[in-house]
Write a protein that binds this ligand. Structure first.
Ligand code: DQA
Length: 141
């Protein structure tokens, strides 16, 4: 199953950015381990600090991927455009966050992605990504 992971702004700094909140692991290292572990999934990784690039990538996901795992980072709480892009495409999108955004500042409690996401996984550290991928690999009962 072809799945796309999209990370938004500042997530290129994972490992060195606020390690008490986001951990000490760099995403590229984690991504390689994740792909080795979940052989059923064919993963692609995209990161951008630019809102429009994330929107373009969501549009490109249509027809090319069976699902998207999206951590829009700070744009989650601000971007009507990314929320609209998630709504515009047929490809299911699972929203993820590394930290538990509900235990943090109130401005992180709002998501423009969630209303149009297939589901939301929040607060499990980098394992949030694995849980999101697992949700796509689960077979219907
Ligand atoms: C984040 C939570 C956001 O509020 C924050 O702006 C991020 C990362 C997370 O994964 O916990 O950059 O999306």
């Amino acid at each position: 199953m072809k799945l796309l992971i999209i990370n938004g702004p500042n997530l290129n700094l994972l490992g060195s950015r606020e390690p008490d909140i986001y951990g000490k692991q760099n995403f590229t290292t984690y991504f390689i381990k994740l792909q080795e572990k979940l052989q059923e999934a064919e993963l692609e990784y995209f990161q951008s600090n630019i809102e429009g690039e994330i929107i373009d990538k969501l549009h490109m996901a249509e027809g090319n991927f069976e699902g998207v795992v999206l951590n829009a980072a700070a744009y989650t709480h601000t971007s009507v455009g990314i929320g609209d892009a998630v709504k515009a495409i047929e490809t299911p999108v699972v929203e993820v966050h590394i930290s538990n955004t509900y235990s943090r500042e109130e401005y992180r409690h709002r998501s423009f992605i969630a209303p149009n996401a297939k589901g939301v996984i929040i607060g499990f550290g980098l394992q949030s990504y694995e849980l999101a991928i697992m949700s796509f690999l689960l077979k219907d009962q």
